[in-house]
Design a protein around this ligand. Sequence first.
Ligand code: DAH
Length: 342
Amino acid sequence: MHQEKIEAIKSAISAAEAGNEDELEAYRMKFISKKSVVGELFAEMRNIPNEQKKEYGQLVNEVKQMADEKFQELIDQVNQAKKQTKSFDQDLTLPATNVAAGGIHPLTSTRQRIIEIFERIGFNLSEGPEIEDDWHNFTALNFPENHPAREMQDTFFLEKNPDVALRTHTSSVQVRVMENQKPPIRTLSPGRVYRNEAISARAHCIFHQVEGLYVDENVGFADLKNTLYHFAKEMFGRETKVRFRPSFFPFTEPSAEIDISCLICGGKGCNVCKGSGWVEIGGSGMVDPNVLENCGIDSKKYTGFAFGMGIERIAMLKFQIKDLRLFTENDVRFLRQFRPML
Ligand code: DAH
């Protein structure tokens, strides 16, 4: 009879919980105080027959000890919780401390944005080596034997082997893709290129380009124009106009330079567009049949368009940066302007 009651009290003690002072007090009233269930067990002592008193007393003392230990445990828990909430006890109206955060380099974010725009219209990504051979950089691209672009002032050749050079444009990746894949091909090749030029606000010996190539049956100049219209509007805004200016590249026929309406003056004429209202962003054209054949693609069945644009150029227009050298100087005063706003 007593046994059962005592067991019930024991399991109630071990299941007891307390998350705050009030609950602690409730526990104390229930298991510790004179009027508690444990107190009542002691009071019961007088009704116990003498020969059972010893055994009963032992049991009740055990329960008492258990209740006390549990009480201490709960007190510790509540104190601990109090301490923790104390550390959150801050003045939330104070201004936040500044967290130093890095930003994305403007060339990286520009490249990412270009990739994103073309990926959405089905272009994949491809890349090639920065150290190229004459075939991929020039010959396969239909550069005649004595074309001035091959000369020393433009190209960094390897001293010991004139067949190896730092690529002067990403058009070399076109050749590698066409040699290895069958049409339909829709690919974008961003990458670093090198030219043996004096460094100035407008030119650098190391810069970045992005090459685009689309080869399939019945690809025409209208496809090229529409693709680049789409790109310009996505990149620079809906109001942007695009103009194609007849030009020459050995690897395209016909060829056109791509201009967009000046973002600074909106086409009225300013010092960025040198009063013309237009700025050039790259070159383009229909892939020359010789290039297709050089890469093992049947030029009677397939046609294609290609374009190449300077990433620095696009970033300069987008962020109104006047000097190309800023991209590589790593001046924190320049870079800080591209940190995200916190
Ligand atoms: N490779 C040219 C350059 O570096 C840019 C270019 C022009 C790429 C026309 C093309 C193109 O794919 O069709 O100036």
